[in-house]
Design a protein around this ligand. Structure first.
Ligand code: C2E
Ligand code: MG
Ligand code: MG
Ligand code: MG
Length: 285
């Protein structure tokens, strides 16, 4: 009808909508150019065990235009997934992290460190995933066992079978998998028995409240028990206080990542000169 058509016309020329579309196009173009010009950088956050020994780093992506402020992933990962740019961005991230892992592997003090890399659902569903990951691992000549890919439950929802097949193929080469942000999904439990995992990572939302919220404490204890039952390693993310660490340790979680041990920092700020093969205490300058 004329009325409906009128409404449509109004919508198209709605200045707010137009501004929104223009902004999104500009952001998409910005992201595309950033990828083309490699205006990205990885920050590395330490992971430690209960003796305070550094065991590895999680690589976390940031956008960094020369001379501008760092842009955090929350501001661009969503758009990168929508546009599909996350696939190439993900391979760039993996290649960069593997090259860094190779640098560390050459020094006795850092030879055993692991690097964890986040892989988005969209990238994991790439048909060429297995082939391309294996090619990157081979080219960087790292030990695949030192590489941990972090997946989230969201990617399993409608393609568990193909995910499992790809995970098995990569597992055969030695690459390991961590289930990130564990606990916030709604059907986590069935994945635990199906996925060839090495580790689960307790989401920081639960860790945040364990010493104040009895319910979160119960959830965290259940997650740790599940990990133990399935023979999986368990690591807590977002550990900010000694009280949280003590609580986690008393319940059987002996690996940690969080501001208490170090924030994600760019490579030049990581001083590994104090490391020995026996005790890898990392100093952040
Ligand atoms: P994530 O994989 O769960 O990473 C952990 C996030 O928690 C990081 O945020 C880290 O900086 C933050 N964090 C670590 N310790 C603490 C703490 O003690 N307290 C608090 N409040 N936060 C802590 P970041 O770097 O902003 O990354 C956010 C998310 O963006 C990541 O969550 C991950 O889902 C995604 N992301 C980051 N890098 C990549 C990437 O290379 N590829 C993909 N696909 N996603 C990425
Ligand atoms: Mg992660
Ligand atoms: Mg996480
Ligand atoms: Mg998280």
């Amino acid at each position: 009808s004329a009325k409906a058509a009128g409404r449509n016309v109004q919508m198209i020329f709605d200045p707010v909508m137009q501004a929104r579309v223009a902004l999104r196009n500009a952001q998409e173009e910005d992201l595309r150019l950033a990828l083309e010009r490699q205006h990205f950088v990885l920050h590395y956050q330490p992971q430690v065990d209960d003796t305070g020994t550094l065991t590895g780093f999680e690589a976390l992506l940031r956008m960094q235009h020369p001379g501008k402020n760092v842009v955090m992933p929350d501001a661009f990962i969503g758009l990168a997934e929508e546009t599909g740019l996350i696939v190439e961005l993900g391979y760039w991230t993996l290649r960069t992290a593997c090259e860094q892992l190779y640098q560390w592997s050459k020094l006795p003090a850092t030879a055993l460190l692991t690097v964890s890399v986040n892989v988005s659902a969209r990238q994991f569903s790439d048909e060429a995933l297995v082939e391309r990951v294996l090619a990157i691992v081979q080219q960087s000549t790292i030990d695949p066992a030192r590489l941990i890919l972090e997946l989230t439950e969201s990617m399993m929802l409608d393609q568990v079978d193909s995910t499992v097949v790809k995970m098995r193929a990569l597992r055969r080469s030695g690459i390991r998998f961590s289930l990130d942000d564990f606990g916030i999904g709604f059907s986590s439990l069935s994945y635990l028995k199906r996925l060839p995992l090495h580790e689960i990572k307790i989401d920081r939302e639960f860790v945040n409240n364990i010493t104040h919220d009895a319910n979160d404490a119960v959830i965290v204890c259940a997650i740790i028990a599940l990990a133990q039952g399935f023979g999986l390693s368990v690591i807590a993310e977002g550990v900010e206080t000694v009280e949280q660490q003590v609580f986690l340790e008393s319940r059987g979680c002996h690996r940690f990542q969080g501001y208490l041990f170090g924030r994600p920092v760019p490579l030049p700020l990581i001083d590994l000169s104090t490391l020995t093969p026996e005790k890898s205490a990392v100093t952040l300058m």
